[in-house]
Design a binder for this molecule. Structure first.
Ligand SMILES: [Zn+2]
Length: 242
């Protein structure tokens, strides 16, 4: 008996569905939802940026691009198309997202209410922008001095101490396929730790460093102009390593 009841109810519902739709004005409802859009508000350098689109991905992308463009302009670096793509650039996306408020699904003609978007007042430094967008291309032996400063320009203040900074781990070395960063927890003298450069087998020039993270060693080797990555286990035998 129970089985039959279920069947009957099911059929009944289907029979009535078109009627319900008519009663609720199905067509009208569709029209209203077509008028809705995702609205995203960002704030940077006291400028409010509003982006809206039919889907949230598109609105997010335009808002991020707009913020990124302004960041690059302020820091005097070139805006790069596709700057946000890939797991490796998660750090860039996260940085840019600090300037962006909560996306809201609103009517096309709804008035802009910035408070509802909870747009942050984010402050930043040129140094942060340069490190976020150019860190990996800057990370070359030429730009790293004997005191562990990474230089992004010729000026005395155009540099940052690498000790304590996070650096992205190259994908072929990281254990997970995801994005990995490790903090530089120590800086050692390469001449004291190794007899020769593992790449070119010559002696390290004076002042060559080893940047030490939890699982890796990175040598900005001036002898062969290479950034040499070593995994922790490669160096376990050597007790001089920090
Ligand atoms: Zn070398």
């Amino acid at each position: 008996m129970a089985k039959i009841n279920v069947k009957v109810e099911h059929r009944n519902f289907r029979d009535f569905a078109p009627i319900f739709n008519n009663i609720l004005g199905g067509k009208k409802m569709v029209k209203i939802s077509e008028n809705k859009i995702w609205r995203i508000v960002a704030r940077i350098n006291d400028e409010v940026i509003v982006k809206q689109a039919g889907n949230i991905e598109k609105a997010t992308r335009s808002a991020r691009n707009a913020v990124c463009q302004r960041l690059c302009d302020s820091a005097g670096i070139e805006y790069e198309l596709g700057w946000w793509k890939g797991y490796r650039h998660k750090g860039r996306r996260d940085f840019v997202d600090n300037f962006i408020g909560t996306p809201l699904y609103v009517q096309h003609d709804d008035e802009l209410e910035i408070e509802l978007h909870e747009v942050p007042y984010e402050v930043y430094t040129i140094q942060q922008v340069r490190l976020t967008f150019r860190r990996m291309s800057l990370m070359s032996p030429d730009n790293i001095d004997a005191w562990g400063f990474l230089h992004w320009g010729p000026g005395q203040d155009e540099k940052v101490q690498l000790l304590g900074q996070n650096i992205p781990i190259p994908q072929h070395l990281s254990s997970s396929k995801g994005f990995e960063e490790e903090e530089i927890i120590a800086i050692s003298d390469a001449q004291q730790c190794l007899d020769e450069c593992p790449k070119c087998k010559s002696e390290f020039p004076f002042g060559t460093l080893i940047l030490v993270t939890g699982n890796f060693r990175l040598i900005p080797a001036n002898c062969c102009s290479q950034m040499i990555w070593l995994k922790e286990e490669d160096s376990e035998e050597n007790e001089d390593w920090a």
